[in-house]
Design a protein around this ligand. Sequence first.
Ligand code: AMP
Ligand code: ZN
Length: 481
Amino acid sequence: MKLYNTVSRKMEDFTPLSDKGGNNTSIIAQNVKKVNRNGGSGADLTDENRSEVKIYTCGPTVYNYQHIGNYAAYVYWDLLVRTLISNNWRVKRIINLTDVGHLASDADEGEDKLEKGAKREGKTVWEIAKIYSDDFLQNFADLNLVPPVKFARATDYIKENIDLVEKLRAKGYVYETSDGIYYDTSKFARYPDFAKLNLAQMQAGARVDFNPEKRNLSDFAVWKFVREGEDHAMQWEYMGRAGYPGWHIECSSIIHAELGEPIDIHTGGVDHIPVHHTNEIAQSTAAYDSELARFWIHCNFITVNNEKMSKSLRNVYNLHDLKEKGFMPLDFKMWVLQGHYQTLRNFTFEDLGGAKSRRLKWRNRVARCYQGEDISSDDDLIGRIKAALDNNLNSAEALAMIDNTKNISLTEWEKIDQMLGLDLIKSAPDLTKKVAKKIADREQARLEKNFKKSDEIRDALARNGIGILDGVEKTIWQYLE
Ligand code: AMP
Ligand code: ZN
């Protein structure tokens, strides 16, 4: 399998780190079961001898609804997870939920986003975190994304954060200022490498009012103190003062606690490269004397009508907005899979309509398989799809292969569902049984020239989104939406 690794800025062959020792027996079977539920290939997933792939995904800050740009990222990484599974590797993945410490500005300034959300809605920060975590988890399920072994809440790792800060302190990487504990990036020689930063140029172009207590512009807070008069509801005591963790530290300490360095793959958005991921690398490498991740994979942004999504342009859409306009989360997933994670993508409702039609067409192809048209493609379609996905997740090519293949059997559709997670089969077997009875009743009514009854049966089905197609030899059903 090939992936574009931000570390080398090149396409590289991916193999799990655990392949090296050849000993993969330590993998936790119960975690695999969860992956299995949604995406896995069933029986072969319980095979203890397969290599494990450790993945970490920087998750949402749960202070508001996630927008479609955010969800596009989770769809791309779902494709990554499914492709790893189809390579017979076991996926051990953690996604964090940032419920504290993410400040409005990347420069450790501005208000904590959770506190901001709480004020906006007149609720407590804990209520805000719950509302938007729940919404995220519901959407995650609606998009049929393979669940990680754990959604790790930042506030459950405060002790681990402090342990990490202590480690950095003992090794001389951090210093104290009046408002927090900062990482001295000049002590980590590799600091500019990952994002290819030109620190001298950044320093020269810095705002004059940047925090004067910081030794270097790129230094960042690993722990913040609650200032006199500051209204910060989430706080913990450390060094005899009230405070809360910095944003970057949560990812480093969750990875350390849940996965252990080095992990195989770390994912995020391209905007994470210069600050958030650079800082994660600096902290973890300095504290644990280990590489943090072997592969770093970054996805590009989604624009709407060729403009950046922003509140002032009123073009920030979430999945609820799409539903109101008649699009299911899985229609959106199809739209995402039509493009590539490294491409800057432009979203339009017209294209979303195209994706919805494509998904409907495929669901009806599955429905026809259940009604007797179960013919195999005869040309290793599944092998070709896998090869496309193994090639840096080229789902657009895989989708075109499906469109261009006349016959696809049920067994093949099942594999396609495992690889892409579009839930194409879901209701087809049940409906085939239920609707067959209605079709028979309708035939009978027509034989008896009871056209009123025959029309009633057809109309009742249509109200439930099922259409009836009378063919020369037989009548079949299809989804109308
Ligand atoms: P935010 O909640 O705006 O801080 O966004 C969280 C993360 O979502 C960012 O760090 C990005 O990686 C990603 N993101 C934000 N906006 C977009 C977008 N328009 N398209 C894709 N990803 C985005
Ligand atoms: Zn992170």
